[in-house]
Ligand binder design. Structure first.
Ligand SMILES: Cc1cc2nc3c(=O)[nH]c(=O)nc-3n(C[C@H](O)[C@H](O)[C@H](O)COP(=O)(O)OP(=O)(O)OC[C@H]3O[C@@H](n4cnc5c(N)ncnc54)[C@H](O)[C@@H]3O)c2cc1C
Length: 474
C-alpha cells in the first residue's frame, strides 16, 4: 500500500509541480482513447531527465511500487492505463521531449522518449530527410510509445515497422540502473540484441528514455491513387501488379471496404466520395520515388493501365496535386474515427499472409454475420503488410453496451479464423491488457515461459507495468 510518506519521496524526485495527485487533473492519464479501460493512480510522475527516471525506478523497486510508463496515451490495448485499486503509479514521459541531435550525414536523429512523433517528422524535415513512421495518432503519440508498441502505420511496406527504424536505445531498468545503448551503428553483431527486447515490450521490461532513429532521403516524386474494385481478390491481383511495377517505390497499399468510406464521407468534414460511382472495395496506392515527380506519376499510371486492361478495376483516380494526395490519405486515416458516430465498434488488428486476405475476409464476414445479424463490417488496413483492421460496427439501432459486451465472444471467433490462416491476433497494436489472456492461450507454453523468465531477469521486483502482456507471477 502506498502511503503519504512514500508519495512524498516520489515528489522529492520530480518536484511538486511535476506530480499530479488531484483526481480532476488525472483524467487524461487514466482512460484509454477507445473508452474501454479506466484505471486509478495515487500519482502521475513527470520526470524531466533520465536521472530522475532512474531515481523513481530505484525507489519503486525498493518499495514494491508498480510503475506504468505512459507516452501519448494513444495505445489501443490499454498497456499505458493503470489498473484499478492497485496503487499503480503512472510515469509520464511528456516532459522528456528534447531532440538531442539531427545528423543528415549519418542519417540519424537522437530524441528523448517523450518527443511527439509529429515533432520528429518536423525535425527531420529541417535537414531534408524523413522519418517514415506515419500514424493517425502522430500528433500525440510519443517515440517512446511507438518503440514500446513496435508501431507499424502506413509506410511499413517500404520502410518497416519501428523495430526497423531504430538503431539504439537508452533505457532505465526497473532496478534504476541506466543502460546507454545509444549506438548509431547499422552493423553490430556483439552478443544478444538487448535493443530488440525493449522494442515492443510495452513498458514491461524498463523505461525507454531516448532513442537513435534512422532518417531517409525525402522522396522527390510522390503519387497517390484510389481504385475501386469488386472484391478483395481483385485487390490482391492489383497488389501483385503494383509490387512488380513499382518495386521498392511502392510505399503504401491500403484496402478499404465501401461502408468505411461511406462513414468517412458522412462524418468527417471535407471528405468527399473518391469516385463518381460507389464501389464495394477501394484500394489506395502510394508510390514514392527518389527522382522526379514524373517517375512517380508514370509508375502509378502504368499500374492502373495494366489493371484496367485486366478488368480488375472499375474506376480509379490519380491525385492531381499534393492537396489531393493528402485528402486521399486523410480519408484513409479517418476510417477509425468515422466509425465512432455509428455506435459501438468491436475492433481487431490482425495479420495473415497477404495471399490469405481474401479467404480470411470471406470466412470472418460469414462467421460474424451469423453471430451478429445486421453487423456492419468495416474492414480496412495495410493490405500490403497483410494487416487488416477488422472493425465491426454495431447493427443500426442496436444497444451499444450490449453489442460491446460481446467483444470477446466475437473476437474469439475472428481470431480463430486468423489462426487457421497462420496469422497474428495483434499485428501492430500489441497485447497490453486487452489481449493478455488471449496471448497466454495462443502461444506455446515454452514461449510464455521464456517471456516470463526474461521478465523475471529484468524486473525481479515485478514493478514494471505489472499484468500487462503477461500475467504477473509474483
Ligand atoms: C487515431 C489513432 C491511429 C493509430 N494508428 C496506428 C497505426 O496505424 N499503427 C500502429 O501501430 N498504432 C496505431 N495507433 C496506436 C498508437 O498510436 C500506437 O500504439 C503508438 O505507438 C502509441 O504511442 P503512445 O506514445 O501514445 O504510447 P502509450 O499509449 O502512452 O503507451 C503504449 C505502451 O507503451 C508503453 N510505453 C509508453 N512510453 C514508454 C516508454 N518511454 N518506455 C517504456 N514503455 C513505454 C506503455 O506502458 C504502453 O504499454 C493509433 C492510435 C490512434 C489513437
Amino acid at each position: 500500500m502506498i502511503d503519504d510518506a512514500l508519495i512524498d519521496r516520489f515528489r522529492a524526485i520530480v518536484g511538486a509541480q511535476n506530480m499530479v495527485t488531484a483526481k480532476a487533473d488525472q483524467e487524461r492519464y487514466i482512460h484509454d482513447t477507445r473508452g474501454l479501460y479506466t484505471g486509478q493512480t495515487p500519482a502521475v510522475l513527470k520526470p524531466g531527465s533520465t536521472a530522475e527516471v532512474a531515481a523513481i525506478l530505484k525507489l519503486a523497486s525498493e518499495t514494491g511500487t508498480p510503475i506504468v510508463p505512459q507516452g501519448g496515451n494513444t495505445g489501443h490495448v490499454a498497456g499505458q492505463v493503470p489498473r484499478t485499486g492497485l496503487d499503480d503509479v503512472v510515469l509520464s514521459l511528456e516532459r522528456m521531449n528534447r531532440i538531442r541531435d539531427v545528423d543528415p550525414v549519418g542519417n540519424v536523429l537522437v530524441a528523448e522518449a517523450g518527443a511527439v512523433l509529429a515533432d520528429i517528422h518536423a525535425a527531420a524535415e529541417t535537414v531534408e530527410r524523413i522519418f517514415p513512421l506515419s500514424l493517425g495518432s502522430q500528433g500525440s503519440a510519443q517515440i517512446g510509445g511507438n518503440l514500446s508498441t513496435n508501431a507499424g502505420g502506413t509506410a511499413v511496406l517500404a520502410y518497416g515497422n519501428m523495430r526497423h527504424l531504430c538503431l539504439g536505445l537508452e533505457v532505465v531498468l526497473p532496478t534504476g540502473e541506466i543502460w546507454n545503448g545509444l549506438r548509431r551503428l547499422k552493423k553490430d553483431n556483439t552478443g544478444y540484441d538487448l535493443r530488440d527486447l525493449f522494442i515492443g515490450a510495452e513498458g514491461t521490461l524498463g523505461v525507454i528514455t531516448a532513442a537513435v532513429l534512422k532518417l531517409f532521403p525525402r522522396p522527390a516524386g510522390h503519387q497517390v491513387a484510389i481504385a475501386g474494385l469488386s472484391d478483395p481478390k481483385a485487390a490482391l491481383t492489383l497488389f501483385g501488379i503494383a509490387t512488380r511495377r513499382a518495386g521498392p517505390a511502392l510505399t503504401g497499399f491500403e484496402l478499404m471496404a465501401e461502408i468505411g468510406v461511406d462513414f468517412t464521407v458522412k462524418h468527417i468534414p471535407g471528405v468527399r466520395p473518391p469516385l463518381a460511382t460507389p464501389q464495394p472495395w477501394y484500394v489506395l496506392i502510394d508510390v514514392s520515388t527518389s527522382d522526379a515527380q514524373d517517375s512517380a506519376d508514370a509508375i502509378v499510371t502504368a499500374i492502373l493501365e495494366e489493371a484496367y486492361a485486366a478488368d480488375l478495376v472499375a474506376d480509379a483516380v490519380i491525385a492531381q496535386n499534393e492537396t489531393q494526395r493528402r485528402a486521399f490519405w486523410h480519408m484513409r486515416e479517418s476510417m477509425s474515427p468515422a466509425q465512432k458516430p455509428e455506435g459501438g465498434s468491436i475492433k481487431h488488428d490482425v495479420s495473415v499472409p497477404v495471399a490469405s486476405i481474401p479467404a480470411f475476409l470471406a470466412e470472418a464476414d460469414q462467421a460474424v454475420m451469423a453471430m451478429v445479424p445486421g453487423a456492419r463490417i468495416c474492414a480496412f488496413g495495410h493490405m500490403g503488410d497483410g494487416n487488416i483492421h477488422y472493425n465491426i460496427s454495431q447493427p443500426v439501432g442496436a444497444d451499444s453496451r450490449a453489442f460491446l459486451d460481446r467483444w470477446h465472444e466475437v473476437s474469439d471467433r475472428v481470431h480463430a479464423i486468423v489462426r487457421a490462416h497462420a496469422g497474428s491476433i495483434s499485428a501492430e497494436h500489441g497485447i497490453g491488457q486487452l489481449k493478455r489472456d488471449e496471448l497466454a492461450a495462443i502461444r506455446e507454453p515454452i514461449e510464455i515461459d521464456l517471456m516470463q523468465r526474461i521478465k523475471a531477469a529484468f524486473d525481479p521486483a515485478g514493478i514494471m507495468n505489472p499484468d500487462k502482456v503477461l500475467q504477473q507471477r509474483l
